[in-house]
Design a protein around this ligand. Structure first.
Ligand code: FES
Length: 102
């Protein structure tokens, strides 16, 4: 199901935002001209990822620094071996749309 996640201009200005969509907490981030969406929950200790440094398409968990690929969810940290849940995201006009499981 599609959910509006906010104006692309706002998200682009901040780099990333955390939004509640349905029953999910989702981090939406801008990577160049793309927009990506992942569950905003580190797989190490379930803490938010939003606010972590984003570089080269990866986010660093603010708590212990685990790195995750924002396009694939892949983890690069032994302390957080499970990948992030990734959601399809797109820009529709001025709005970012995230597709969540039904
Ligand atoms: S909670 Fe994210 S690396 Fe520990």
């Amino acid at each position: 199901m599609d959910h509006p996640a906010g104006p692309i201009d706002d998200i682009r200005a901040k780099g990333a935002v955390s939004v509640t969509l349905g029953t999910w907490q989702v981090m939406v981030a801008v990577l160049g001209t793309d927009v990506v969406a992942v569950e905003d929950r580190c797989t190490h200790q379930d803490t938010p990822l939003c606010g972590g440094r984003i570089r080269n398409g990866r986010v660093a968990c603010p708590r212990h620094g685990a790195m995750f690929d924002l396009r694939t969810g892949k983890s690069f940290a032994p302390i957080a071996p499970r990948p992030l849940t990734v959601f399809p995201a797109r820009i529709d006009g001025e709005t970012v749309i995230v597709t969540l499981p039904d």
